[in-house]
Design a protein around this ligand. Sequence first.
Ligand SMILES: Nc1ncnc2c1ncn2[C@@H]1O[C@H](COP(=O)(O)OP(=O)(O)O)[C@@H](O)[C@H]1O
Ligand SMILES: O=C(O)C1=C[C@@H](OP(=O)(O)O)[C@@H](O)[C@H](O)C1
Ligand SMILES: [Mg+2]
Length: 186
Amino acid sequence: MVEELPSVFLVGPMGAGKTTIGRLLAKQLGRTFVDSDWYIESQTGADIAWIFAKEGEAGFRERETRAIDELTQQPQIVLATGGGAVMAAENREYLKHRGIVIYLNAPVDVQMARTAKDKSRPLLQQPNPRKILQGLYSARDPLYRQVAHIIMPTGHTYPRHMVNQLLQQLNTFCASTSISAEPEKD
Ligand SMILES: Nc1ncnc2c1ncn2[C@@H]1O[C@H](COP(=O)(O)OP(=O)(O)O)[C@@H](O)[C@H]1O
Ligand SMILES: O=C(O)C1=C[C@@H](OP(=O)(O)O)[C@@H](O)[C@H](O)C1
Ligand SMILES: [Mg+2]
């Protein structure tokens, strides 16, 4: 029996394009798009920078785990997670077992270029963001790989082209597990 495509979860470092690609992918699949950072902001009534400033990273991570638990239980969504969502073991369990996980893997140079002008990421608001990104990449790359069903390099590929590649990858993955990756017909 052919099952429906489950929810799709995007993981990867800051600047990999999770939010951008997730939104486009959801549109192509006819799915609802949710970004865990936006969800946390709407639940809290404050932005990510404010949460880090008032509650520290630990406070943000608690909120993030609640959000990942809730959102990974929503059926048939496309979810863009924040770059640190894979750090908690329970988040990794939720992601890995409740949907198809795509790791958008961007080199540090690309992460740097894409995050340089954006002040909304508290972890990078300091003199040497490259060093931070390198450290995070070393620590988190094995965790992204641990949860991923599909690994997609992102560098110089336009978002629309990336989405087409992802749809192909999803089809291949689903064919191997008897899941339908076709958008639902009205
Ligand atoms: N494939 C891509 N090519 C060019 N720019 C991209 C691509 N993906 C994302 N971007 C740009 O990089 C920045 C960060 O993307 P974003 O989706 O916020 O990443 P993430 O959610 O993974 O941190 C945004 O300005 C976005 O427009
Ligand atoms: O890597 C991280 O720890 C973070 C990534 C951010 O999301 P993006 O990966 O969407 O930028 C956001 O959740 C927060 O600033 C922390
Ligand atoms: Mg994002």
